[in-house]
Design a protein around this ligand. Structure first.
Ligand code: AMP
Length: 211
């Protein structure tokens, strides 16, 4: 099963993609993570992508599509893959369907006001990569799972989050209609506790509750 996770920044795409991928032996492919790895390695692609990411803008379609097209043949997971954060424009969606088969698209929905609060409170473990929320941490500097150092993503400051939201509404939200029209779309209300959203996700995918 190959899935696309669609939704505004902070709607929980990454958190739920990681969990579902583990459960169903799927591979999670996050274009944001792929870009951040290129940035850490300071490759030419990373250096170019960084300029856009730090401003809350989308990396140009040409670069993003080529990166995903080159990555997909490397996927080994038997359960297929979850694309987290790709496509983000109609142009990317059209390109994707020329080189991949997609079985379903999940749209995570969340009001803008909740998104700003969530993202500015988001902390990432520099060691295991797990995402946490400041409000649920006893120690704001250490990962409760592995003890690694918790860091704030550079683009999770309020000004950049607001720009990312504008970009989402302008460039990515049209994909909701695009996929609704193609019959692939399933919507998940992402407001509320993580467990509740994960149950809703399993429901829309027709997975049983016998976990
Ligand atoms: P994310 O980790 O999904 O929030 O992505 C972080 C940033 O990477 C985004 O704000 C964009 O600048 C860039 N990015 C990730 N995926 C894409 C994409 N499909 N198209 C263009 N830019 C992307």
């Amino acid at each position: 099963m190959n899935l696309i996770f669609l939704g505004p920044p902070g709607a929980g795409k990454g958190t739920h993609a990681t969990r579902l991928a583990t459960e169903l032996d799927m591979e999670e492919i996050s274009t944001g993570d792929l870009f951040r790895a290129e940035i850490r390695a300071q490759t030419p692609l990373g250096v170019e992508a960084q300029r856009y990411i730090e401003r809350g803008e989308l990396v140009p379609d040409r670069i993003t599509i080529d990166m995903v097209r080159a990555y997909l043949p490397k996927v080994q997971a038997t359960g297929g893959y979850i694309l987290d954060g790709f496509p983000r424009t109609v142009e990317q969606a059209k390109a994707l369907h020329s080189f991949a088969h997609i079985d379903g698209v999940v749209s995570f929905e969340l009001p803008d006001a909740v998104i700003v609060d969530r993202l500015t409170a988001r902390r990432i473990c520099a060691n295991c990569g797990k995402i946490h929320n400041l409000a649920q941490l006893d120690d704001p500097s250490a990962c409760p799972d592995c003890g690694g150092q918790l860091v704030t993503r550079k683009d999770d400051n309020e000004a950049t989050v607001r720009r990312r939201l504008e970009v989402y509404h302008q460039d990515t939200e049209p994909l909701v209609t695009y996929y609704r029209n193609s019959g692939l779309l399933r919507s998940v209300d992402s407001d509320g506790p993580v467990e509740q959203t994960y149950s809703r996700l399993r429901n829309v995918l027709g997975l049983s509750d016998n976990r």
